[in-house]
Design a protein around this ligand. Structure first.
Ligand SMILES: Nc1ncnc2c1ncn2[C@@H]1O[C@H](COP(=O)(O)OP(=O)(O)OP(=O)(O)O)[C@@H](O)[C@H]1O
Ligand SMILES: [Mg+2]
Length: 253
């Protein structure tokens, strides 16, 4: 059975107690990015003796069975902590981890927190790419940057399993600075098939054409060129299949 654990610099007792309470996080947050099932909030905390802006993710349950199997599994905060270090080690742009806390009672998870550095003011890439005021060249550059990150993740031997536009953050200060977040369900794989990789990419939903027909200014095509230009034709065929499969699944559910 797994035990409670905290890794990170010291946090004042008052704030540490507060972080166990979702209502406290909401009350003292400078900004709340998400409320359900996880609370994700920008906070100013006294960490390691100095006040700093950090992003606190307090995990909630996604389904009814998860709490019951929790004594035997690593928590999602612990998984995010491990994955973030692995990706940082291979040079990927992910927010630096600050602390991780999983409190358990008789193994069952009570509180589950993951704290990272704040990357600064940003937009989710979904918002940026859907903004009609942003010109195509800018969108293309961002998509090509996203493709570089996806390609580097796969080359390092990881499937992210949640490559959606909301998980790529674009810095307001510099649009070339793109961060990848949400590393909770990342999987390390020794052998990765092209189907595995394309399935990982298919949810990105970069262009309404879904690679069904040729047209000008297709963001999917720029993605493919930046992801792996040497195998662009093969990637295009496989990715089209994965997108169709993903859409069928969505229609059923
Ligand atoms: N380090 C960070 N700096 C600034 N903003 C962040 C940071 N981490 C997360 N955010 C903001 O919070 C949002 C939600 O974060 P994240 O994707 O990790 O949570 P989530 O979507 O609730 O996760 P899940 O998919 O596990 O439910 C991001 O889209 C982003 O706007
Ligand atoms: Mg997310």
């Amino acid at each position: 059975m797994k035990k409670s654990s905290y890794i990170g610099p010291s946090i004042s007792r008052y704030q540490f107690e507060g972080l166990k309470n979702k209502g406290w996080i909401v009350e003292y947050a400078k900004e709340i990015y998400k409320r359900r099932p996880n609370i994700v909030a920008l906070m100013e905390l006294d960490i390691g003796g100095r006040f700093q802006k950090v992003v606190v993710k307090s995990f909630g349950w996604r389904d009814a069975k998860s709490p019951f199997i929790s004594p035997f599994k690593k928590s999602r905060a612990e998984m995010a902590w491990d994955a973030t270090h692995l990706l940082l080690d291979v040079g990927l742009p992910v927010p630096k981890p600050v602390a991780v806390y999983t409190a358990r009672q008789a193994g069952f998870i009570d509180h589950n927190l993951f704290i990272t550095e704040y990357i600064g003011k940003h937009q989710k890439s979904s918002r940026f790419l859907e903004n009609e005021i942003v010109d195509f060249a800018h969108k293309r550059d961002v998509v090509m940057k996203i493709a570089e990150i996806v390609s580097a993740t796969h080359k390092a031997g990881f499937l992210h399993h949640d490559f959606v536009k909301d998980n790529f953050l674009i810095s307001d200060v510099n649009h070339h600075s793109v961060f990848l977040v949400d590393l909770t369900i990342i999987e390390q794989k020794k052998k990765m098939t092209i189907e595995d990789r394309m399935e990982d990419i298919a949810k990105l939903d970069l262009c309404k054409c879904n690679l069904d027909h040729d047209h000008e200014d297709c963001l999917w095509l720029y993605f493919i060129l930046s992801y792996d230009s040497d195998n662009a034709q093969n990637i295009l065929i496989q990715l089209k299949k994965s997108i169709q499969k993903h859409q069928k699944k969505q229609k059923i559910s």
